[in-house]
Write a protein that binds this ligand. Structure first.
Ligand code: PLP
Length: 374
């Protein structure tokens, strides 16, 4: 049975360019701390990757920190904040990823006041409300994701960055579900931004924290003093370099990729809306690679199993919670339990063919009709 992978917001397959790097460089013992020839080669791969990431993000190589994941990048920044700022308020949102919500819970235990904004049924925050909160003062940090990983809904990062500058607060952006899907680069007023290579066809195990100049990042992991002392530990240089090559291969075709993803997503949604009365979860501007669909009257859990058996891989929402089969906190924040439990997330990549999308539509339509008939 052939399979169709529509779960690219969980993780993506490495692209050809990244695979070539992994194949060619993996046999080499590359440690940039060594001073011999191979150590110098490792340093130059690392430097190349840092320069690449920084040119993509319009930042400087010294303001890029490589971590093991976006989760670590976010934790690192939040730790830095907690060590360098007096206790105060942090404003974030109920629909953020656990990689943000859990470390924020930890800061709360350390005495920070964490406030999570609600969203409307479209998944949007109220900027007027946010400004009222900022006017009350004492807000040290805003944390918002650029695109929601479950619905694709975009937060207005430029407007948030303006508010952050106006009210002299910091802004951490989780850009994991945005990079590689639609154009997002450095935005003035963003203090730090987290990315994850396995979401843009790079290898797993590489996170990127891009931060404002001269931040003097307080290290979360201490030890041998690698990366200018900002994060100790020997990096997997091969994976880091492959991550940059993956991002470069996206960057070269970014406008075409955006158009292609929009085209397949719109076709997919139109078909399922017309045939099954499906409804899209999330409104306004959305990342072009996600379709979170509500199938009225359907058991979403059972539908996922039916689809898996028919070769279509999709998910409920956040991959990190999939094992627990919890209802999505993102959809619950927008809708009730009925709609949440009857919804499935399909997430596409540039490597999904139009034929796959067409076949997936047929399989989904049949599975939903089978449920209705049973
Ligand atoms: N933020 C978002 C929006 C995500 O979707 C994910 C992973 O699913 C993360 C953060 C965590 O990224 P990583 O897997 O690199 O830790």
């Amino acid at each position: 049975m052939s399979t169709i992978y529509l779960d690219s917001n969980a993780t993506t397959a490495a692209c050809q360019e990244a695979l070539t790097v992994l194949r060619d460089l993996s046999p080499l013992p590359l440690n940039p701390s060594s001073t011999h020839q191979l150590g110098r080669a490792a340093s130059s791969f690392f430097r190349g990757a840092l320069e690449g990431f920084s040119s993509f993000l319009a930042n400087r190589p010294e303001d890029i920190l490589i971590t093991s994941s976006a989760t670590e990048a976010i934790n690192t920044y939040l730790w830095h904040l907690s060590q360098t700022q007096p206790l105060g308020r942090i404003i974030s949102c109920v629909t953020e990823h656990a990689a943000v919500l859990k470390p924020l819970e930890r800061l709360q235990k350390l005495g920070w006041k964490v406030e999570l904004m609600r969203v409307d049924t479209q998944g949007h925050i109220d900027l007027t409300q946010l400004e009222k909160e900022l006017k009350q003062g004492d807000v040290r940090l805003l944390v918002f994701m650029a695109a929601n990983n479950e619905t694709g809904v975009l937060h207005p990062i430029e407007a948030l960055a303006e508010l952050a500058m106006r009210y002299d607060t910091k802004l951490l952006v989780d850009a994991v579900a945005a990079v590689g899907k639609y154009p997002i680069q450095h935005i003035p007023g963003v203090t730090a931004m987290a990315l994850s290579a396995h979401k843009f066809h790079g290898p797993a195990g590489v996170g990127i924290l891009s931060h404002q100049p001269n931040m003097r990042l307080h290290p979360w992991i201490v030890g041998g003093g690698q990366q200018l002392g900002k994060r100790s530990g020997t990096l997997n240089i091969v994976n880091v370099f492959a991550a940059w090559i993956a991002l470069q291969s996206y960057q070269e075709k970014a406008p075409q990729i955006f158009q292609y993803l929009l085209e397949i997503r719109d076709y997919f949604e139109t078909q399922l809306i017309q045939r099954l009365g499906a409804k899209v979860n999330g409104g306004g501007e959305r990342a072009p690679n996600v379709s979170n669909l509500y199938f009225p009257g359907v058991d979403g859990e059972a539908l996922l199993i039916q689809l898996d058996q028919a070769g279509v891989m999709a998910s409920h929402g956040s991959a990190c919670q999939a094992g627990a089969m919890e209802l999505s906190h993102v959809l619950l924040a927008m809708h009730g339990r009925e709609r949440t439990s009857a919804s499935v997330r399909f997430s596409f990549s540039r490597f999904n063919t139009k034929q796959e999308i067409e076949e997936a539509v047929q399989i989904i339509a049949k599975a939903v009709q089978d449920q209705a008939g049973s």
